[in-house]
Design a protein around this ligand. Sequence first.
Ligand code: PEP
Length: 252
Amino acid sequence: MSRTPFVAGNWKMFKTVGDAEMFISGLLPLVSSTEGIEVAICVPFTTLGAMVDSTRGSRVQVFAQNMHQEAEGAFTGEVSAPMLSDLDVHGVVLGHSERRELFGETDAALAEKVPAALEAGLRVILCCGETEAERDAGEMETKLRRQVEAGLSQVPAGRLADVVIAYEPIWAIGTGKVATPEQAQEACAFVRGVVAGIDPAAAEAVRIQYGGSVKPENTAELLALPDIDGALVGGASLDPASFAAIVEAGRS
Ligand code: PEP
């Protein structure tokens, strides 16, 4: 099955509205004629509205970086899926390792967040990945299976393929250490196998991104691998020229 490649930039906690406007006015002309690939930027809550407005009618989708599983309630400081939809946001990244490790995001919460996002009409990138210690201890597969099965556990049948899964080895995030093509392919094939254990047809359709020190120079090699359908890009997505070069390199 041919799967449309999908490259998403994760800005993390970078860029004011002014910085974001400067970025997008640089990016749009660089990617406007790039066919055969989907493109998203995952931006801080404060820049969502401005980025939705500035990208309207373009090929760039705007994603949030987190949300609460409930639609509304007494959850000070939180933002819900219907609130994101109301802003015309396209999707949300869920379960990034920084949220899991620094802010206590749990598999139990993610099991509720993923279907809540889909229900509100948002697209989802669900992240998974192992630490270096887990990889060295031979625990990578157990960890990936647990994270993927939990995140997909309450997704209605027929919606599984709407979830994009990002495999991001934690030891490769922001470190400049990229997984080798063999490591990245092996892990992404394993993730696809976990999805196949739930629904074989969905496994063929589901898109799996690799994330971890993706740069313009290593994108083509990684995205050519059979089970890698895109990239989740941190640092190299902050500059329009570098992000556009990754999009160009990732085209099918
Ligand atoms: C990320 O933030 O998801 C990421 C992969 O970061 P970087 O590309 O900087 O390693």
